[in-house]
Design a protein around this ligand. Structure first.
Ligand SMILES: [Zn+2]
Length: 160
């Protein structure tokens, strides 16, 4: 039963980055079967106040209802807080293919300790000569960066 639910949840994608499923994001914390047709999905928002979350919650309900579940509840839990470490490896790969530099592992810690921006590789040519143009890219989850080698701007999925 749970397996079937997880399978259905693979159809739910991030409205901001449609190549990423919510499984790739790692935000599905629990699936609780509460009877024949009743189900509760527990998710952790990628960051509090992310406007995409209400879209995701609605999408989860729609997908499950389309698959015969009549009573679907989506609960948000905020602790422990989501971090980019929860992104799956396939999710990071998809991000890169989509032209967004995936979060650099350990970057969060380095930023905390040394106050330096992480060295981010260009998703197009792989160069590490990249510069931060703006803390905020197309959405607040991303920074806008530019590659010094291919001179292309790109989004970086920020660590937090
Ligand atoms: Zn480049």
């Amino acid at each position: 039963m749970k397996e079937k639910v997880y399978k259905i949840l693979e159809n739910v994608t991030d409205p901001e980055i449609p190549v990423l499923t919510i499984q790739d994001l790692g935000i599905v914390r629990d699936v609780r079967i509460e009877g024949e047709e009743a189900i509760e999905i527990v998710i952790t928002p990628t960051y509090s106040g992310c406007p995409a979350m209400s879209v995701i919650a609605a999408h989860i309900k729609m997908e499950l209802m389309a698959n015969g579940f009549k009573n679907v509840k989506v609960t948000e839990v905020f602790s422990p807080a989501w971090t980019t470490d929860w992104l799956s490896e396939s999710g990071k790969k998809k991000l890169k293919e989509y032209g967004i530099a995936p979060p650099v592992a350990q970057a969060r810690l380095e930023k905390l300790l040394f106050q330096v921006p992480p060295s981010v590789n260009c998703p197009r040519c792989g160069s590490d000569k990249t510069n931060l143009i703006s803390e905020f890219g197309s959405t607040s989850c991303k920074s806008l960066m530019r590659c010094d080698d291919c001179l292309e701007p790109f989004d970086y999925f920020k660590c937090h």
